[in-house]
Design a protein. Structure first.
Length: 98
């Protein structure tokens, strides 16, 4: 979608295109700036920890055991994973099961 906005921004402007597509112009500008969101940064940090734990356990843990191992290692402190365990397990399963 960003490519579409980039292609037609000179002709129509960013705000009218975003309004028509039903997305916020601020989201487009944030994506165009290349900055990563706080959730994305947290996901990358956790993914590194998940890969480390997964390798340490001979790649045998599924998402349920991995979730418990993360909880036991204190990897969830302050993250969205600590506040919403059901969603956390789903997010973890998405990472572990390609």
């Amino acid at each position: 979608m960003s490519a579409f906005v980039d292609q037609y921004r000179g002709r129509f402007g960013v705000e009218p295109i975003c309004r028509t597509l039903g997305v916020s112009a601020s989201a487009y500008y944030e994506r165009a700036s290349g900055r990563l969101s706080a959730r994305r940064l947290e996901d990358e940090r956790l993914l590194a920890r998940i890969r480390e734990l997964h390798a340490a356990n001979y790649y045998a843990y599924g998402y349920r055991r991995m979730w418990k191992a993360l909880a036991g290692s204190g990897s969830r402190g302050g993250s969205t994973w600590a506040r919403c365990p059901a969603i956390s397990a789903r997010r973890l399963a998405r990472v572990l099961i390609p």
